[in-house]
Design a protein around this ligand. Structure first.
Ligand SMILES: [Zn+2]
Length: 263
């Protein structure tokens, strides 16, 4: 039986990786089109350089890029390494979610949430944009699964209140900073994102996540030396929030247990 379980786990991991990498490719396309003024639904995948429509052979995640030597098959221009990397990242993330939560409804919920976080990370990196569509999908996903995963409606209501509390506190702090600094210190998209993440992480999880996100944001800012900040001095904080949320979702439980045991 143990061998069967090991086989099933390995099989599910491979499937999760494959599905994740396909979504990685699709969501990168979504992010690129959203931030470059193209319709997401209309038109087939094409090379951003020569506009040639891509065939099935060009669209196999990661492998197409490797076999074509990182070049477009039609115009020979270099296809940036960020494309296979985003496919690889979402593939691995999907696998980690399945390993952590097993074959369950919670896994499905967290996979959908991870994909929305991934999409808004890319749009934020491309154009300082956190689309409301991503926020809305994450909220609907949470609501739908709240009825399946949690039988305790009181706990669900408490989580919702927690999320509102975090978003309201953050909004208060941001408005205060805006007044002191005389410019926008944090985008509205980031506040909405904190609200959504709090829905999934709960009170303690969100607390740790915010600390972690600040640390990641700081490291990211130092490493890239603000190269990413635009003329308004804005800095994409969405990726740090998304990464911290994923870390807390996957590995945060022991920290929260430890913290709660102190009281
Ligand atoms: Zn091309």
């Amino acid at each position: 039986m143990i061998e069967n379980d090991a086989f099933l786990t390995a099989y599910c991991c491979v499937m999760a990786f494959f599905i994740g990498s396909v979504f990685g490719s699709f969501l990168h396309c979504y992010a690129w089109r959203t931030t470059h003024g193209e319709s997401v639904m209309k038109g087939r995948s094409h090379c951003p350089e020569c506009n040639h429509v891509l065939g099935p052979i060009d669209l196999i995640p990661i492998l197409s890029w490797i076999f074509l030597g990182g070049k477009c098959r039609y115009c020979g221009k270099t296809v940036p390494v960020k494309y296979p990397i985003s496919e690889l990242v979402l593939g691995i993330l999907s696998m980690l979610i399945i390993l952590r939560f097993g074959i369950s409804l919670v896994s499905l919920r967290n996979l959908i949430f991870a994909y929305t976080l991934f999409a808004l990370t890319l749009t934020d990196l491309y154009d300082y944009l956190i689309p409301d569509t991503c926020i809305l999908i994450a909220i609907i996903n949470w609501l739908v699964f709240a009825f399946f995963c949690y039988e305790n409606l009181v706990a669900t209501g408490f989580t919702l209140l927690t999320a509102i509390l975090f978003a309201a506190c953050l909004l208060g702090i941001v408005l205060l900073f805006d007044k002191i600094l005389g410019k926008e210190s944090m985008g509205g998209g980031d506040i909405k994102l904190v609200f959504v993440c709090a829905l999934y992480l709960g009170f303690f999880g969100t607390m740790f996540m915010l600390i972690l996100a600040c640390m990641i944001g700081l490291i990211f800012a130092v490493v890239t030396r603000y190269r990413k900040s635009n003329e308004n001095g804005q800095f994409p904080f969405g990726p740090a929030l998304a990464l911290a949320t994923m870390i807390m979702m996957l590995y945060g439980e022991p920290f929260i247990m430890w913290y709660r045991s102190l009281y």
